[in-house]
Design a protein around this ligand. Structure first.
Ligand code: COA
Length: 197
């Protein structure tokens, strides 16, 4: 029998492999070797939305290199089989919470479930490290992503400068909700007794 943690980690890894992707940490080595790809990917998405969201402006090189607090332990990238970036996420630690700085998916790969699988992974990673909550700011006009994250278990905590909503969610609750959503969307029958409680 697997531990609960291995069950969720392996589940995400296996689902991504089925779709032709892998997930890994963005650590210091990754950012050092792939900095130009990271800048190009993130700033490409920010440019895509620069006329939609007021605060989505290109990020300088320093933003990518800044380790913040434990950023290299919780930031994840999903790559395709040619090591092209499919999903890019920066997450760091704000006090007792994990804080999401960005989650962007390549425009041609949206709707494949990559954000949900990433969410499962980050929740389990947070739980493994003793964290309970995940938070982030969303542009108030980003309806698609706001709805997706509310469905995944986040709740609106506050409103900042009339521009952004602060969403906060319980890692365990989000993980379980996302797993159920993913299971339904993919018509899987996954028995909860596959792992030790
Ligand atoms: C929001 C985003 C990260 C979701 O990633 P994803 O891998 O496409 O999401 P999944 O495939 O796991 O889930 C699809 C859901 O995302 C929703 N969604 C939100 N924004 C979307 C977008 N711009 N394009 C496509 N789907 C989007 C879909 O409605 C769908 O909802 P459903 O599951 O109820 O049908 C991705 O669409 C994206 O990068 N959007 C542009 C940047 C952005 O808004 N990032 C989030 C703010 S940090």
């Amino acid at each position: 029998m697997k531990s609960e943690s291995s069950f969720y980690h392996d589940f995400v890894d296996q689902e991504l492999v089925k779709k032709g992707f892998t997930i890994k940490l963005i650590n210091e080595d990754y950012i050092a070797t792939r900095i130009l790809d990271c800048i190009s990917f993130v700033n490409g998405i920010l440019e895509e939305y620069q006329n939609t969201y007021n605060l989505w402006t290109p990020k300088p090189r320093e933003w990518f290199l800044n380790p913040m607090i434990r950023k290299w332990e919780f930031s994840l990238v999903i790559e395709d089989l040619k090591n092209q970036i499919a999903l890019f996420n920066f997450t760091s630690v704000y006090g007792e919470l994990l804080h999401n700085h960005c989650t962007y998916v390549n425009r041609n790969l949206r709707g494949l479930g990559l954000a949900k699988l990433h969410m499962l992974k980050i929740c389990q990673l947070g739980l493994d490290n003793g964290f309970k909550k995940y938070e982030g700011y969303w542009d108030k006009h980003n309806n698609g992503s706001l709805i997706l994250h509310l469905k995944m278990g986040f709740m609106i905590e506050s409103f900042r400068k009339n521009e952004q909503l602060l969403l906060v969610g319980d890692l365990l609750d989000i993980r379980n909700k996302v797993f159920n959503i993913y299971e339904k969307e993919n018509s899987y029958i996954i028995k909860s007794d596959l792992f030790d409680k």
